[in-house]
Every structure is written in C-alpha cells, then in structure tokens.
Design a protein around this ligand. Structure first.
Ligand code: MEV
Length: 318
C-alpha cells in the first residue's frame, strides 16, 4: 500500500512580514502545490524530484536542502512512537522559492503522507505542528501562516499564536500569479525587515496596527464582492512593502505591466519579496487580459481561482 498527500501552496493577500510581529494577515490556498508519496520501509529515505536530491537517514547522508523535511519526518516518527521508516518521494508544481509556499506545502504533504503510510490519519493540528518543525529550519522565525494555509486551505485571517479565521466567499475571486523567476531566501528577507524594524520601532509598531485594520477591511470587501476596494488595498500594501526595501526591479516591472491593463484591479508582491511572485486581482472576466499584459515581463504566469482546498490524503493498493 502507498499513501499520498497533496498540499497547496499559498498567496499572501495582505500582511506579509508584519504578521511575524503580531499583525493579522490575509492569505489563501492556490491551485498548485506538492504531492508526497510514502510507503513503510525498514529505513527512512526522502527523495525530492524537484531538487533531484535524496536523503538517506540510515547513512546520515542528508543534503542541506532536505534537512528541514528530514527533521519533520523524524518528528513524525517520534510523535507516533514508530520504529519503522518511510520511503518518501515529493514533487511540487510550484516554482521553488517563488513566495508561493513551496517549502510549507512540501512539509505539510510530507508529514501527512508519512503518517498515513505508518497507519495514522493525523488531525490537522498535529500536521501543522509537525510541519512547523521543517518551516522553522527554513525560515528561522516564521509566523506559521504558510503552513496554516497549506494545511487548512481556503482564505484565512491569521494572527500568530491564534486559531485562524476562515473567510467564506460568496463569489469566486480570480488572481493572476506572475513569477519573476528570481529565487530568494525567505529567511534573509525576514532578517532584513527585522533590521529595519530595530531602527524604526515606533513606526513599525504603528504599521502593525494599520496592517491588522487593512487585512480585516480587505477580508470584509472580499466577502461583499467589493473587488475595487480589495484592489485599492493591494496597491497600497505593495507600495509599503517596496518602501520597506524588499521589492526588486523585476517585481516593479510586473506590477507596472499588470496595472496597465484595465482588467487589473490591484497588484502587489506576495510573500517575502526580494524576487518571487506578484499577485494581480482581476475583474470577473479579465484574467486572460492581465496574463497578456504581464507575460512579456514575467518568467511564469498562471491563474488561480479562490477558494481552494487544503491538504488531502489518500491510499492506493500497490
Ligand atoms: C512568507 O511567506 C511570509 C512572511 O511573512 C514570513 C512569515 O510570515 O513566516 C515573509
């Protein structure tokens, strides 16, 4: 028997970086993610098809990039009190380090599939706790938002240390996601913002409050279907994040190209910045026009319609 799990990637609609310091952020699961395949085995091996790398825990040969997943699978085994190992293979259709949550969706899928291969369908809270073991090694000081969205799915208002609030949409909402193709390390960008905050403590703490207010306002506008208001908030967030110093030329080119289309209601960088991706909110039938406008300057473009499900698991008889 083989066990499988699929976990989606995410976009942050408002509040990245400030969420690390207690602001409420708004994020959503997208239509791309990571699939993990696992089966019981005498020893534990982890193979990432995307990196073309394998970790073998019996020989302690663990490539640097697979250390976070190795730590999470070791934590799964401890949590379950299991002596058996798992043979785990993961593959993602998210561009790596693109600000779309590839590391958290890999961790969530890997944890859920490994536990299922060992005979346990873990509750969501346990999947989240165990996936956070990997996330802490990847991002050093993560808020947990990426893992929460990947596991729970939907559209979430998230404040560090609290249960996320699920926002129910009456109408579907479309975003174009445009990647710069510039890879970056989230941990380095979190560190850059930490240094900026140290120098501007009072302003930063006022902005944390502004972000909470605007994230809630954005969630309310999405529920009401007031996409013009959502777009206005996104543009404002983009400007604040650029001003914090985490945008780059390639991001600005995509935002400028996107907003030249009348079908684009708002655009902003998403996730850590420094490269990664831009999200563009589109009018009801405008996604194809927006794709046309940004495809000249983006390295990869796709459309996601919200909401999307969180982690799912299944088994196949081999
Ligand atoms: C990364 O997707 C989002 C950040 O806010 C970091 C975090 O919340 O863990 C930059």
């Amino acid at each position: 028997m083989k066990a499988y799990a699929y976990a989606p990637g995410k976009i942050i609609i408002c509040g990245e970086h400030f969420v690390v310091y207690g602001a409420t952020a708004l994020a959503a699961a997208i239509n791309r993610g990571t699939t993990a395949e696992a089966e019981p085995s005498p020893t534990t091996t982890i193979y990432s098809k995307d990196f073309g790398l394998q970790a073998d825990l019996s020989t302690n040969s663990i490539p640097e990039k697979l250390k976070p997943l190795t730590a999470a699978i070791t934590a799964v085994k401890e949590h379950l009190g299991e002596k058996r190992g798992v043979k785990l293979t993961i593959q993602s259709d998210l561009p790596p380090r693109s600000g779309l949550g590839s590391s958290s969706s890999s961790a969530v899928a890997a944890v859920a599939a490994s536990a299922l291969a060992l005979g346990h369908r873990l509750p969501l809270d346990d999947i989240i706790k165990l996936a956070m073991v990997a996330e802490r090694l990847v991002h050093k000081n993560p808020s947990g938002i990426d893992v929460q969205v990947s596991a729970r799915g939907g559209l979430l208002l998230f404040t560090k240390g609290s249960q996320p609030e699920l926002i129910k949409l009456k109408e579907k909402v479309r975003f174009v996601i445009a990647s710069t193709g510039v890879e970056r390390e989230t941990g380095e960008l979190i560190e850059r913002v930490r240094v900026w905050r140290e120098r501007n403590l009072s302003l930063f703490s006022s902005l944390v409050e502004s972000v909470t207010t605007l994230s809630r306002c954005c969630a309310e506008a999405l529920i009401l279907g007031d996409l013009k208001r959502v777009g206005a908030i996104l543009n404002f967030f983009h400007t604040t994040l650029s001003w914090l110093g985490i945008s780059i030329k390639e991001i600005e080119q995509i935002v400028e190209a996107a907003l030249s289309s009348p079908a684009a209601l708002g655009a902003k960088l998403t996730g850590a910045g420094g490269g990664g991706s831009v999200i563009i909110l589109c009018s009801e039938d405008g996604a194809d026009d927006v794709v046309k406008s940004v495809s000249k300057v983006a390295s990869e473009t796709f459309i996601t319609t919200l909401p999307n499900n969180g982690v799912k698991t299944w088994v196949k008889k081999s």
